[in-house]
Design a protein around this ligand. Structure first.
Ligand SMILES: [Zn+2]
Length: 375
């Protein structure tokens, strides 16, 4: 997991990006944009881009939200909800259903039925291992909470996939082709939560693959906005008895990797900010356990970093390095016993599996030979 976190700082993006001002520039949204929001868990769509969704719709555009997991990997919350200190897999699936329902209610607050919301049903808490240790369908990950190796929710976009990186990347790539977004919001790969950083990387891999398609075979790349949810002691003051008020702009923290990435901020109207608060209120399960954290995102501005298209090449190289590291780790480790692999409750950190297969995307296939070894 740490590989994914460390990945983004390795990117030599400064070489390909314009020098950025630390001050966030105003984010302007034109008419008729097609927005795609990619989120790891129910509530991230609103925390990261609840204002952006509303603004795009208000300008006559469309909004599609794709949530990769059902948020079903939260043992403490499920224990609290069920009163059982060791909840059963079915309890986690029930919790996932509750959270998906909360997200549906939340996007209705944002768009009144105009937001196209979909779930992929991948394992909450298990997205980073898909990138590094469970790439192939023949070696899927098993959720430590639901016990599933494929989505246990029939309503997801593709219920007949396995929990593997190749399937997840393919699904995101198909969604990209189908949506042809002009604007995409995805987790900042620097986010401290492994699910968030991995979601950002999967989305960027799909975008990078799209960028290599001949122009005649696909739409141009969208504008890419990165949103942050988890970073140490951020949003500033959210644990304080007197946190910053809702009129205060929300500013991204200092010290993020790749400080040269341009920063932008969407200035929210009172109405937009109110709807964002109403949407977050719909995430009742999360309000119960982290209400002050959620409220810290209801502010005058919604901040993003901007990723320029040339940086996608650097991301491809970095992911290749990361996969190379996973393979090297495996070679250095004992091969796991067959009955260890995927055992319920086995975390991917000690479940060193067979070497991850090479992703079938052109992106990595084209770069295998000349990728530098990870330092
Ligand atoms: Zn999240």
């Amino acid at each position: 997991m740490k590989v994914a976190i460390a990945l983004f700082p390795m990117l030599p993006l400064a070489a390909v990006l314009l020098v950025a001002s630390p001050v966030a520039a105003p984010l302007e949204i034109g008419a008729g944009e097609r927005l795609l929001v990619i989120a790891p868990h129910p509530d991230d769509e609103t925390l990261g881009a609840g204002g952006l969704v509303q603004r795009v719709l208000a300008r006559g555009g469309s909004a599609r939200v794709v949530i990769l997991t059902a948020g079903d990997g939260y043992p403490d919350a499920v224990a609290r909800e069920t009163g059982n200190r060791e909840p059963r897999p079915a309890d986690f699936v029930a919790y996932g259903r509750r959270r998906m329902g909360e997200a549906r209610a939340a996007v209705r607050e944002l768009g009144g039925g105009r937001v196209h919301l979909q779930f992929l049903g991948f394992p909450d808490g298990g997205l980073a291992p898909l990138l590094h240790a469970h790439w192939r369908r023949s070696h899927p990950e098993r959720s430590a909470t639901t016990g599933a190796s494929d989505p246990p929710y029939p309503e997801v976009v593709e219920p007949n996939v396995a929990y593997d990186g190749d399937d997840l990347l393919r699904e995101i790539a198909e969604i990209l082709r189908d949506t042809a977004p002009t604007v995409i919001a995805l987790p900042d790969p620097a986010d401290a939560h492994p699910d968030h950083s991995a979601t950002g990387l999967f989305a960027l891999l799909a975008l990078e693959a799209q960028s290599r398609a001949p122009a005649s075979h696909g739409p141009p790349l969208p504008r890419i906005f990165l949103y942050l949810v988890h970073w140490r002691a951020w949003p500033e003051g959210f644990t304080s008895p007197t946190p910053p008020g809702p009129d205060t702009p929300l500013e991204l923290p200092e010290g993020l990797p790749e400080p040269g990435l341009p920063r932008v901020a969407l200035l929210l109207s009172d109405f937009e900010r109110g709807a964002k608060a109403a949407a977050l209120a719909r995430h009742g399960s999360q309000q119960e356990i982290m209400g002050s954290f959620l409220r810290a995102f209801v502010r005058r501005t919604e901040p993003f970093r901007v990723l320029a298209t040339p940086a996608l090449d650097q991301i491809a190289i970095a992911v290749e390095r990361s996969l190379g590291l996973a393979q090297a780790l495996h070679r250095a480790a004992e091969a796991p016993r067959a009955d260890d692999v995927g055992a319920l409750g086995a975390s991917s950190r000690r479940d060193l599996p067979a070497p991850p297969g090479r992703p079938q995307s052109r992106l990595l296939g084209a770069r295998g030979a000349d990728s530098p070894v990870l330092q």
